[in-house]
Design a protein around this ligand. Structure first.
Ligand code: NDP
Length: 308
C-alpha cells in the first residue's frame, strides 16, 4: 500500500502519517528535478491539491483520490475515471477556521468596520443589535451549517439556502431556485459558501445583488468564480451594496492594479479563510482508509453528477 501526497505542508503530512499509521508507506510527490522514491503503479491512494492531467495513466492502481481541500473545482472531473472515488476534505480544523473567519467578517460588517476604517472620522452610526441583523448563507454543507450554528449564538437572525431541504435549529432554511428570491430579500449580510460548479459559477451577479435589500453586504469565501466582478463594483459604486469582504478571487493571486485592491469598501484576504490542518486532515484520511477497507461509505465522497 502506498499513499502519495502533493500539496502545502508536505513535511507536516509526512510527520502526522508516520506517527499515526507507520504501517502505511507514505511518499511525497518529488520536487521539480528530483526522482520519485516510489513506483507509480503501486500507488493506491493519492492526496493532492492541484492535480496533473494524467492521473489515470500515471497511477493505474489508484483506489481513492483525495482532494487536500474542501472543494474539488480544481479537478477536471470529466478526465477522471467515473469509477474512481474522489473524496474532498471534511475535517474539523478546516471547519473551525472557516467558522472563525466568517464570524470575523460578519461581526466586522455588523459593526460597520469597513465604514469606520475608511471614514476615519469621529461620527457614530446607529448601533444595531445582532437580532436586528439578518445573515444569510448560500450553501448548507459542512461549512455553511457550522458557520450558521455559531452565528446563531450571537443572536443574529439567520437563514440558509441550499439545493436540497435542510433543517438547522435557529436557522430559516430555504431550498432550490424557487426559494432563492425570498431568501435573498432577507439578507443584510450574505455569505457565499457554495462549491464552484457549472450551476453556481457567476451566481453572485447583478441580478442576485438587486434581490438583496439596499445596503446589504457580501462575504465571499466560496470561490472567485462565483463572483461577477464588474457587477460587484457597480453595486458598490451605485450604493446598493455597502461593503464586500472577499477571500477568494479569479485568478489567484488577484493581479496588481486590480480595482478591488484600492476600493475603500472592499476588504481582501489571500484565500486564508480556512486551511486544511495536517493533524486532523490525516486523521480524516485514515478514517476513510479504514472505511474503505471495511467496504463502508466514505466521508466527503464527491457526487460526480452534482460536481461537489
Ligand atoms: P459541501 O459540499 O459540504 O456543501 C455544499 C453546499 O452547497 C450544500 O449545502 C449544497 O446543497 C449547496 N449547493 C451546491 N450547489 C448548489 C446549487 N446549485 N444550488 C443550491 N445549493 C447548492 O461543501 P463545504 O461546505 O465543505 O464547502 C463549500 C465550499 O467552501 C467549498 O467547495 C470551497 O469552494 C469553499 N471553501 C473555501 C475555503 C477558503 O479558505 N476560502 C476553504 C474551504 C472551502 P445540498 O446540501 O442540497 O447538497
Amino acid at each position: 500500500m502506498a499513499f502519495l501526497y502533493k500539496g502545502d505542508n508536505a513535511a507536516a503530512w509526512a510527520q502526522e502519517f508516520a506517527a499515526r499509521a507507520p504501517e502505511i508507506p507514505f511518499h511525497l510527490w518529488p520536487a521539480a528535478g528530483e526522482a520519485a522514491d516510489f513506483d507509480p503503479a503501486a500507488v493506491r491512494f493519492l492526496a493532492i491539491w492541484q492535480p496533473p492531467a494524467d492521473i489515470p495513466a500515471r497511477f493505474p492502481k489508484l483506489e481513492i483520490l483525495f482532494s487536500v481541500g474542501a472543494g474539488v473545482d480544481q479537478f477536471d472531473l470529466a478526465k477522471l475515471p467515473p469509477t474512481l472515488p474522489l473524496v474532498r476534505m471534511v475535517e474539523p480544523g478546516l471547519i473551525d477556521g472557516m467558522v472563525e473567519y466568517v464570524c470575523f467578517a460578519v461581526l466586522g460588517l455588523h459593526r460597520d468596520m469597513p465604514h469606520y476604517l475608511s471614514a476615519r472620522e469621529w461620527r457614530p452610526l446607529p448601533v444595531k443589535t445582532a437580532a436586528q441583523r439578518r445573515v444569510g448563507v448560500l450553501g448548507l454543507g459542512e461549512l455553511g451549517r457550522a458557520v450558521l450554528t455559531r452565528l446563531a449564538t450571537f443572536g443574529f437572525d439567520c437563514a440558509g439556502w441550499s439545493r436540497s431541504r435542510h433543517e438547522l435549529p435557529g436557522v430559516r432554511c430555504h431550498a432550490g431556485a424557487d426559494e432563492l428570491p425570498a431568501f435573498l430579500a432577507g439578507c443584510d449580510i450574505l455569505v457565499c459558501l457554495l462549491p464552484l460548479t457549472a450551476a453556481t459559477r457567476g451566481m453572485l451577479d447583478a441580478q442576485l445583488f438587486a434581490a438583496l435589500p439596499a445596503g446589504a453586504a457580501l462575504v465571499n469565501v466560496g470561490r472567485g468564480g462565483h463572483l461577477v466582478e464588474k457587477d460587484l463594483l457597480q453595486a458598490l459604486d451605485d450604493g446598493h451594496l455597502s461593503a464586500a469582504i472577499l477571500d477568494v478571487c479569479e485568478p489567484e493571486p488577484l493581479p496588481a492594479g486590480h480595482a478591488f485592491w484600492r476600493h475603500p469598501r472592499i476588504w481582501l484576504t489571500p484565500h486564508i479563510a480556512s486551511a486544511t490542518q495536517p493533524a486532523s486532515a490525516v486523521e480524516a484520511v485514515l478514517e476513510n482508509l479504514r472505511r474503505h477497507a471495511r467496504g463502508e461509505a466514505l466521508v466527503g465522497l464527491v457526487d460526480r453528477s452534482k460536481g461537489y
